[in-house]
Design a protein around this ligand. Sequence first.
Ligand SMILES: *Cc1c(COP(=O)(O)O)cnc(C)c1O
Length: 357
Amino acid sequence: MRVFNFAAGPSTLPLPVLEKAQKELLNFNNSGMSVIEMSHRGKVFMEVNSKAQALLRELMNIPENYSILFVQGGATNQFSAVPLNLLQKGKADYILTGNFAQKAYEEGCKYGDMAIAASSKEANYTYIPNMDEVKFRNDIDYVHFTYNNTIFGSRFTSLPKTDATLVSDLSSCILSEEIDVSKFGVIYAGAQKNIAPAGLTIVIVRKDLLGKAHEKCPVMLNYAIQDKNDSMYNTPPCFPIYMSMLVFEWLKELGGVKAMQKINEEKANMLYDFIDNSSFYKNNVNKKDRSLMNVPFLTPSDELNDKFVKEATANGLVSLKGHRIVGGMRASIYNAMPIEGVKALIDFMKKFELENK
Ligand SMILES: *Cc1c(COP(=O)(O)O)cnc(C)c1O
């Protein structure tokens, strides 16, 4: 039996996609072999690669003056790739809204004069600073922010107000809601939250930013080199690319990002409404900044939190334990989490409350 898996990443994938992958595993497209056994430079795989790219471009409405790169090393590798590719004046500003934002900033500091333009650390990252008030330095190469904060359960609902290049980590919210790609210089995302198995990182970069990398930038991190080689400078992560293609097809069939966003809002609202109307559960994130994808919540005590996670697991609702730096529970309700999963979680929460109040 399949459980409802609320893991933050790697995370649940759409069942029809898994079934299709299973069906095609032994003999992909009449090649007589699986898609993970063939040359990445052969016609069959090249088609998978370009189809995945084309679908992503269509789904996110990515303009022609942007390149899509399929790379490795996770979102974490991009913490270094971004400064190595973009720094010209040697300065960038970061907005600290969580653990990954902090890590991106710390990595950036190795390469340039980085500043923290705003932070919500003093409130344990329970809100997003007001973008109308945040000021940036002059002569910076970019502003970096984490669009959705996976651990703390917050998200940006408006963009930093600046003429500088916007760089954003969309690891845990890519394809979950409509965004205007043309407002960004670089978008990056590890695939293992909202798209595919771990191993693939997606980078979307405006073409005028290519070709300016630091001379010591490692070849694998160099956007221009990846772009020139159609992300096949070396062996790409074939299986996650193939799985991405299937997920993109699934998402397109469902009506694309617009339709997905509606479903995501419905799922998240249902869960937040339930939590807000309860005197037993609570979520500490500022209401207007709450994530559609990651919903942290607490019961009145640590003992009850532990008991909740244990009993939920026994009821087929798994991986609800919160991140160790926040505690409590966290329900990650990515695109692939069906609405039935959220309903089942709420039903369980009601029952648990009655039994433990
Ligand atoms: C998970 C996550 C990361 C880390 O991703 P890796 O692919 O493991 O390097 C970075 N940023 C955000 C927002 C994440 O959710």
